[in-house]
Design a protein around this ligand. Sequence first.
Ligand code: FAD
Ligand code: ZN
Length: 479
Amino acid sequence: MATAPATPESPVAALLAALPPGLATADPEALAPHLLDWRGQKRGVAHLLARPRTTAEVVALVRAAHAHGAALVPQGGNTGLVGGSVPEPAPERPTILVSMQRMARIRAVDAAGLCLVAEAGAILAHVHEAAREAGTMFPLSLGAKGSATIGGLVSTNAGGTQVLRHGTMRNLVLGLEAVLPDGTVLDQLTPLRKDTAGYDVKQLLIGAEGTLGIVTAAALRLVPLPAASAVAWVGVADLAAALALLGRLRQAVGERVESFELVPADGLALVLAHLPGARPPLAEPAPLNCLVELTDADAGAPLADRLASALADALAAGEILDGTLAGTGAQAQALWALRESLPVAEKADGPSLKNDVAVAVADVPAFDSAARAAFARAFPGARPLVFGHLGDGNLHWNLRAPAGADASDWLARHGPAARRLLHDTVVGFGGTISAEHGIGTAKAAELARLGDPGRLAAMRAIKAALDPADILNPGKLFA
Ligand code: FAD
Ligand code: ZN
């Protein structure tokens, strides 16, 4: 690609002048909201904000970035939790924040073919609505669904609360359109159910955190809209009991277990304190709570009865302490709100160290005990807040400072060592330091320290081959 030298005095102005009119602005006020991450912990630096409306405009951005030695940082809803969507300071290099929010069209919904094509900036909640209107469901949901976008979800290989049954984003993308770092358009949007013609390049972009291409649209797998569902909130004494319940439910209803989420007593207390109108679901608080949802496409499936009888058996066997079944859709929603509001309540409570680890499901109780013992020794008083997608072995094993400590100061002093301790423990169990949020900048040093050397070498080789000028999201993933 030809390189047009920018004048050293004003490389940013030269870059802006080279872009199609109206595509980008240098207005600091327009940029500001895009530069602070969701946690409010990382402020980035960019010179220009670009808001493309078409794939052709994204191509123009990539070409201009090449010509001017600029960096491009793709951003969707900016709800990522690892600093990936916020640009690193690069004083020598013009940086363009590429907000995909204007490319938000749902291009097609094919109910018979169970496929929906959405542009990268489409918000997850809108995709849910469009799928539902067609009598189908897009089976991926998470607490940030009102802001998170398809491009961000693809690029972080997002998980959420239905992975147990439907898999992560990787399982739900049937086709992808993206602009590669040299300006080539990857046009793999046709929703083929089978395609063995060479490397699956679209899978490389899923979970690449914007380092290998800018996703412009995705063809997503839909499932028939569940016609029956049953939701219960169940109190248990410990993680082993929670997993016994999961096993019992699977015996009873097989793959109809759609979600199996964990909310601890201290997490529920935070939600009750911060969520207006929230009420405790059980008469007596339990040490741990499981939020269970069963679904079936068959409207006649007796799911509530099956769930009630499985819970009665579990109670009789001493596996669970208590439970409540949602009797109406509104009650089910209220129970889900308790789970989904947990990250927001945690944020309102003050800064904490956010983690996103996973081990094999059967190893969860032993891993959690080992991590708690290690933290009690190394960081007495620090308060783990452990919740999340228990059915997937994926726990947000977060850490709050000791009660009464200045949380920001404590985390600044102990956060890095605490994170290393948790990650060493998880790797000791053969687990992963990132199950669903990705690496970004928050975990780049830890990936370099603990990642499999073979995988890391292959990742570097792929990045160097596709993006030799390091135009796309520099400073992310790799320490
Ligand atoms: P952003 O935050 O804007 O970007 C995330 C990454 O993707 C960045 O590296 C960015 O550069 C890149 N990117 C964005 N758009 C594009 C594009 N079009 N092309 C290329 N790269 C792009 N995540 C889960 O997996 N499971 C959960 O349960 C979950 N719960 C959450 C709950 C809350 C309350 C919050 C705030 C976040 C939660 N997250 C969860 C994290 C977050 O919502 C997801 O990571 C989501 O996928 C980010 O989408 P986004 O559009 O906001 O992406
Ligand atoms: Zn999660």
